[in-house]
Design a protein around this ligand. Structure first.
Ligand SMILES: [Zn+2]
Length: 163
């Protein structure tokens, strides 16, 4: 994705109040991120660890979604629904988002299993094993990246639906 400014991030949120979006804690390393190697930006609020956020480019738009982070106990061994990495299954969490608009204000939420530390972009760029790669290692990585983009965009569209 393209580098984002603090303001772009704060104004992208669709399922929390403008005030919450202005006050949430951004990642401390924004300036050092390798944006060209990220398909979405995701982070845990270091001042309020039960809150997490993702900012996903979708349909030429930037959509920020506030997530309720899981209690530690709800972490489980599972395959992340976004990157589907079969190796990084130790720390996947059920994150819950309030839907955008009236649905969310009425308490409608949406859950998704995602890597707890939002490392999906690194996972999909992992060097393929010989078996995975076959004759086309670059193609494997490219397909994984497309899958991640598709899954993250689908979740965001679902959050937005009806708003
Ligand atoms: Zn993942």
């Amino acid at each position: 994705m393209l580098p984002l400014t603090e303001q772009q991030i704060r104004t992208s949120f669709v399922n929390c109040s403008r005030r919450e979006a202005q006050q949430l804690t951004l990642p401390s390393d924004l300036a050092d991120l390798r944006w060209d190697r990220l398909d979405y930006l995701g982070w845990i609020d270091r001042k309020a660890p039960l809150r997490s956020y993702v900012v996903v480019p979708v349909d030429d738009r930037l959509v920020g979604v506030a997530l309720r982070a899981p209690e530690v106990a709800s972490r489980r061994r599972a395959v992340c629904a976004w990157c589907e990495d079969v190796y990084a299954t130790d720390d996947v969490s059920m994150y819950v988002a309030r839907r955008a608009g009236a649905a969310g204000r009425n308490g409608d939420t949406l859950g998704t299993l995602v890597c707890t530390d939002f490392a999906c972009s690194q996972n999909v760029r992992r060097k393929p094993t010989l078996v995975e790669a076959g004759q086309d290692p670059a193609g494997v990585v490219q397909r994984r990246i497309e899958t991640l983009r598709e899954h993250s965009a689908r979740f965001v569209r679902e959050v937005l639906r009806g708003s």
